[in-house]
Every structure is written in structure tokens, then in C-alpha cells.
Design a protein around this ligand. Structure first.
Ligand SMILES: [Zn+2]
Length: 216
């Protein structure tokens, strides 16, 4: 009743192009076809012994980028329904992963976690994972701050991130299959470093899901 009234007053629109859509928080068919889709991301051969696969659910541009920026930099949780709707394209990839599976968010730098007050990877993935009976646990921590890495080469990024993550005190990942989750993938160096730390601590297989990739 309330929803019908709301939809009458404020008809749901595509968060990318503002076209009218049937369900609030969903992209229109045209924008979905251009921005959203399941992609296996290619990454360097030498990282494959640590990371079994990376899948991205959308392109990091236009409306997807705007929603993620609104969530992260303006703390707008109103961006979440549209981001949650994107996850539906990951069903197939999730179904193929081994169970039991433990999901682990890529940890934020301590300073950023304090000022933002939440980890966006948690906010984006938690309800979806819960619906699939997958535990989301902060089993990784940042051990030190890292410099912004935007303009670095892959080798420089790797060196800068080395030792920046550790398994959380008291966490035991031995023999567990882990799904790393993050909002954006740029070069993948962070995911690879997190996977390396998990494997060294005894994790069985490590996979990664990112909401959006800059390389699509
Ligand atoms: Zn649209």
C-alpha cells in the first residue's frame, strides 16, 4: 500500500539514465546491458597459486561509479538498494564455489574505517551472502597504512602492499575456502596480496568477488 503510494508519487527510475523502471533501485534494461554483467577477470599467472579466480559484477563507470562514490564518500546508504540489485548477476558464480565458504571483506585502512564508520564491502555484500548462508567475517586486518597507489606501476603497488595485511588475531583460516569481497577492483594487487596472506595462513582456496571493475 505504502509502496504503491510511494511509486505513484515518485515513480522508480533507473539510477543511471533516469528512465522509468518497474522496480525501485534497478537499472533499466539498456543500462543493465551496458554496465552490469558477470565477468571473470584475467590476472597475472604468478598470482594464480594464491587466487583461484576473480569475478566482477559491473563496470566501474557512470551510474555504478556514482552509486559507489555516493556510498563511500558521502556515506549515502540510499545507494545500497541499487548496488544490492546488481549482485543478482553473481548468483551463477557463487553457486559454483565450494561450500562451506567463508566470505572476508578486504579491510579498510584504519583511518578510513574510522572516518567512514563502515566497510563498504560489508554493506554491499552482507545481505546477499546471508541469504545464501555464507558467513561474512573480518578475518583480515590492515597492519599499516599504505600510500595511495593510483599512479604506481604494478610492481610498485605490490611492494607497497607487501605486509600491509594480516590474518586477524585469533582467526583460523586453515583448510577453509575463502571468498574475498570488495567494492572496486583497480589493478587487483590488493586482492592478490590478501589472497597470498590467507594462503600462507593455511586457507585452501581463495576466490574474489568485486562489485565493479575498472577494466571492463
Ligand atoms: Zn538506464
Amino acid at each position: 500500500m505504502f509502496r504503491t503510494f510511494l511509486n505513484f508519487l515518485f515513480p522508480p527510475r533507473c539510477p543511471n539514465c533516469s528512465a522509468y523502471v518497474e522496480h525501485r533501485g534497478t537499472f533499466c534494461a539498456y543500462c543493465t546491458s551496458r554496465l552490469i554483467g558477470l565477468h571473470a577477470i584475467a590476472f597475472p599467472r604468478d598470482a594464480r597459486e594464491c587466487l583461484a579466480g576473480i569475478w566482477a559484477f559491473a563496470r566501474y563507470r557512470e551510474g555504478v561509479r556514482d552509486l559507489l562514490r555516493a556510498l563511500k564518500y558521502q556515506k549515502k546508504k540510499s545507494a545500497l538498494p541499487a548496488l544490492h540489485a546488481i549482485l543478482a548477476v553473481g548468483e551463477e558464480a557463487l553457486a559454483r564455489l565450494p561450500r562451506p565458504l567463508t566470505a572476508v571483506p578486504v579491510p579498510l585502512a584504519a583511518e578510513r574505517a574510522r572516518t567512514r564508520g563502515f566497510n563498504q564491502a560489508d554493506e554491499i555484500f552482507a545481505p546477499w551472502l546471508r541469504a545464501h548462508d555464507i558467513v561474512l567475517a573480518a578475518l583480515l586486518v590492515r597492519t599499516r597504512e599504505t600510500a595511495p597507489l593510483y599512479e604506481h606501476t604494478r610492481e610498485e603497488r605490490r611492494r607497497e602492499l607487501r605486509g600491509a595485511f594480516a590474518v586477524a588475531a585469533g582467526a583460523d583460516v586453515r583448510g577453509r575456502d575463502i571468498l574475498l569481497v570488495d567494492d572496486i577492483m583497480t589493478t587487483g594487487t590488493t586482492l592478490m596480496e590478501c589472497a597470498r596472506v590467507l594462503k600462507r595462513a593455511g586457507a585452501r582456496q581463495v576466490y574474489a568477488f568485486v562489485l565493479a571493475s575498472e577494466h571492463l
